[in-house]
Design a protein around this ligand. Structure first.
Ligand code: HEM
Ligand code: HEM
Length: 584
C-alpha cells in the first residue's frame, strides 16, 4: 500500500531546495517528547500511518461525525450531571428554590434533578444540552444509516460495520429511554409503568421478568439505581467500545467514495487526516457543540418541575416518549384488540407483546440481515468501495423508501389521539386508516420510488446520448426548426455512465441430467424469483457503442472512453486501496 501526496503549487517552489531552517526550541521540545514516547511505546509508526490516512470529501460523510460528536457531548454533559444527580427513590420533602414544590414529598432522584435545574449554576443548561444532544444523536445515527443504506456503503467488505451500526443504534434507543426515566418525574414514571406492562405481556415469564427488574412490585425503590448503573456505566461502555470498533473498521476498509472522475474501486481520493481533516473535523465538532448549546439555551426540553414527581396513582394524559420511541408507541396503538385473549386460564396479550417487545429486535434483525440478503439475491460477491447513486439501484432505493414509509405510518399513529382532537376526526377512523396504511402505503412508496429512479436513469441516458437542451431554436436554410443540444462535459458524462449493467442471476435448472431434483432446488427457485424481482425492471447504462452511434448522428461529441478516469478535478491526495486483512 502506498500513500503519496500530490505536490501542491507552494511545495514546488524552487527555493524548496534550500537547507532547512534550524528547528525552533518549541519544535525541538515537541520532537523530544514524541521521541521519548515512541522509544517507550513504538506508537510513532501506527500514528504516522493513521495521520496520513486519506478521507474523501462529501457532505454526507458529516452525518456519522454529527452522531459521533453528539455522543461525545452526551458523555461530557452526562458526567457533569452525575456530580449532582442522586440515583435514589428514597422519599424526602423538597425544600429547594422552586417554590411551587416546597413541602412536597418527592424522590431524591426527582429533587436532585430539580436542584440541577434551579440551584446548580449552569445546571439547567447542561441538562438541556444533555437532552438535546441525546435527541440529535439518534437523529444523526438514523440519517447516517440512511446514507449508508441508500448508497450501498454496507456492501462487502463493510457488512460487519453495518451490523455493529445496527447494534449501536438499538443500544442508543435503550440508553435514551434509561436516561429519560432517571429524573423520576410524572412522565418518566409513566414511561416505566408502560415498560412494566410490556414486560408482563410476555407469556408465562412476564410477571417474573417484571418482578426481577423492579425487585418486586412496581415501582419499588430498585429501578432508579439500576437504571442509573445501566445509563452511566454499562451502556456508555458498550457504546464507546462498539464505536471504537466501528471507526476502526472505517480506517481498515478506508472510506467509500462517491463515483466521479479519478475515483475508482481501487483508490481513495481525498485529503489526509493531518492536517486537513483534523482541522475540518475539529472545527466541525465545535459547530455541532455550538448549535446544540444554542438550541438548549433557547428551547426548553423536559421541564420536569412542570410535570411534578411520579405518583403511581396519578393518571397522566398526553404523556409522550422522546421521538425515537414514537414508532413503538404507534405500533401499540395499531395492534388489534383480538390479539389479546384468554386460554388455559391465562390472558395472552400479543397486541402489547408484538408492538413493545418484539418490534424493536425484529426491526433491527431485518436491518442487520439486509446486506446478507441483498448479497444472496444479487449473487454479488465483489468488494465495493465506490458508492451507488440511489437511482442506479431502483429496487434497493424503493425498498428503503418503503421501509421508511412503514416507520412513518407507525410514527404518525403514535399521535392518533392528538390528530383526532386537533382535526376533529374520529380516533377509530384514524386507527383504521393507519392500519390499512401500514400495509398499503409502503407498497405504493416502493413502486413510486422505483419508477422515479428508473425515470431518472432514463433521463441520464438521454442526457449522455443527446446532450443538454439549450432552449436555442435554430432555423435551417430550408426552413426547418430544431433545438440545439449541448454535449455534456466529460466529468458530468463520466458520472452518468460509470455504473454497471445489472442482470438477474442465471440459476441452474434445479435438476441434473437424469432429472433428479437437487435438494436445494426450492431455495434456488426462490433465489431466482427474488433476483428477477430485484433486477427485472432496469435501465442499462449507455454503452460505448451507443455513444459512438449517437456521436455519429451528431448528438454527442465524445466517446465514453474519453472520460477522464485518471484525472481529478481538484488537487487531491490519493491512496491505493487494500484487500481487507492483507495490509499490515
Ligand atoms: C449517548 C448516550 C446518552 C444518551 C442518549 C443519554 C440520554 C439521556 C436523557 C434523554 C436523559 C434525561 C434528561 C433530562 O432530564 O431531561 C438523561 C439523563 C441523565 N443522563 Fe444521560 N444520556 C447519555 C449518556 C450519559 C452518560 C455517559 C452519562 C454519565 C456519565 C449520563 C448521565 C445522565 C444523568 C446523571 C442523567 C439524570 C439527570 C437528568 O435527568 O438531568 N448520560 N440522559
Ligand atoms: C453511535 C452511532 C454511530 C456513530 C457515532 C457512527 C459514526 C460513523 C463515522 C464517523 C463514520 C465515517 C464517516 C461516515 O461515513 O459518515 C461511519 C461510517 C460507517 N457507518 Fe457509522 N456510526 C454510527 C452508527 C451507524 C449505524 C446505525 C450504521 C448502520 C446500521 C452505521 C454504518 C456505517 C457504515 C457501513 C460505515 C462505513 C461507510 C463508508 O465507508 O462509506 N453506522 N460511522
Amino acid at each position: 500500500m502506498s500513500t503519496h501526496t500530490a505536490p501542491s503549487a507552494d511545495r514546488l517552489r524552487a527555493d524548496d531546495h534550500r537547507p532547512e531552517a534550524p528547528a525552533s526550541p518549541g519544535a525541538k521540545a515537541v520532537g523530544g517528547v514524541a521521541g521519548w514516547l515512541d522509544d517507550r511505546t513504538g506508537a510513532a509508526k501506527p500514528i504516522g500511518y493513521l495521520m496520513k490516512k486519506v478521507f474523501p470529501d462529501h457532505w454526507s460523510f458529516m452525518l456519522g461525525e454529527v452522531a459521533m460528536y453528539s455522543m461525545i457531548i452526551c458523555l461530557i454533559t452526562g458526567t457533569f450531571l452525575t456530580f449532582w444527580y442522586i440515583p435514589s427513590a428514597g422519599q424526602i420533602v423538597y425544600d429547594g428554590s422552586y417554590l411551587p414544590l416546597r413541602g412536597v414529598t418527592v424522590s431524591e432522584a426527582y429533587a436532585s434533578t430539580v436542584d440541577i435545574s434551579f440551584d446548580i449554576r449552569g445546571g439547567l443548561l447542561i441538562r438541556q444540552i444533555h437532552h438535546w444532544a441525546a435527541l440529535m444523536f439518534i437523529v444523526a445515527i438514523s440519517v447516517h444509516m440512511l446514507r449508508v443504506f441508500f448508497t450501498g456503503a454496507f456492501r462487502k467488505p463493510r457488512e460487519i460495520n453495518w451490523v455493529i451500526g445496527c447494534i449501536l443504534s438499538m443500544l442508543a434507543l435503550v440508553e435514551g429511554f434509561a436516561g429519560y426515566s432517571l429524573p423520576d418525574d410524572l412522565l418518566s414514571g409513566t414511561g416505566l409503568r408502560a415498560a412494566e406492562g410490556f414486560m408482563r405481556s410476555v407469556p408465562v415469564v412476564g410477571s417474573y421478568l417484571s418482578y426481577f427488574l423492579f425487585d418486586g412490585a412496581f415501582p419499588g425503590e430498585a429501578i432508579i439505581p439500576r437504571l442509573y448503573s445501566v445509563h452511566v456505566l454499562l451502556l456508555p461502555a458498550i457504546l464507546v467500545g462498539l464505536f471504537v470498533a466501528h471507526i476502526g473498521l472505517v480506517f481498515i476498509h478506508k472510506h467509500t467514495q462517491y463515483p466521479g472522475p479519478g475515483k475508482t474501486n481501487d483508490n481513495v481520493v481525498g485529503f489526509p487526516v493531518m492536517p486537513v481533516y483534523a482541522a475540518k473535523a475539529g472545527g466541525f465538532f465545535f459547530i455541532v457543540f455550538g448549535a446544540t448549546v444554542l438550541i438548549s439555551a433557547l428551547v426548553t426540553i423536559n421541564p420536569i418541575w412542570a410535570y411534578g414527581p411520579y405518583d403511581p396513582s396519578a393518571v397522566t394524559a398526553g404523556a409522550q416518549p422522546d421521538w425515537y420511541m414514537g414508532f413503538a408507541d404507534g405500533a401499540l396503538r395499531l395492534l388489534p384488540g383480538w390479539l389479546e385473549f384468554e386460554a388455559f386460564g391465562f390472558t395472552f396479550s400479543f397486541n402489547v407483546m408484538i408492538g413493545a417487545i418484539l418490534l424493536i429486535p425484529v426491526m433491527y434483525g431485518l436491518m442487520a440481515a439486509y446486506p446478507f440478503l441483498e448479497r444472496w439475491v444479487t449473487g454479488d460477491e465483489r468488494e465495493h468501495h465506490l458508492l451507488d447513486r440511489p437511482r442506479n439501484n431502483p429496487t434497493r432505493t424503493g425498498l428503503g423508501v418503503g421501509a421508511l414509509t412503514m416507520y412513518g405510518v407507525l410514527m404518525f399513529a403514535s399521535a392518533n389521539d392528538l390528530m383526532a382532537i386537533k382535526l376533529g376526526l374520529s380516533i377509530n377512523d384514524l386507527t383504521h386508516i393507519f392500519r390499512l396504511g401500514f400495509f398499503v402505503f409502503p407498497v405504493i412508496a416502493f413502486w413510486v420510488t422505483k419508477r422515479i429512479c428508473l425515470s431518472l436513469q432514463r433521463r441520464d441516458r438521454d442526457l449522455v446520448l443527446h446532450g443538454r437542451e439549450t432552449g436555442r431554436i435554430v432555423r435551417t436554410a430550408d426552413g426547418k426548426f430544431f433545438e440545439q443540444h449541448e454535449p455534456l462535459d466529460e466529468y458530468t458524462r463520466w458520472l452518468l455512465v460509470q455504473h454497471e449493467k445489472q442482470e438477474p442471476l442465471q440459476l441452474t435448472a434445479g435438476a441434473d441430467e437424469h432429472g433428479v431434483v437437487s435438494p436445494t432446488a426450492g431455495k434456488e427457485k426462490l433465489r431466482a424469483k427474488l433476483s428477477s424481482f430485484y433486477f427485472k425492471d432496469r435501465i442499462d447504462p449507455v454503452t460505448p457503442a451507443e455513444l459512438a452511434a449517437a456521436h455519429h448522428d451528431g448528438h454527442a461529441l465524445e466517446s465514453i472512453e474519453a472520460a477522464p478516469q485518471e484525472e481529478t478535478s481538484r488537487p487531491a491526495l490519493e491512496s491505493s486501496r487494500r484487500e481487507p486483512g492483507k495490509r499490515p
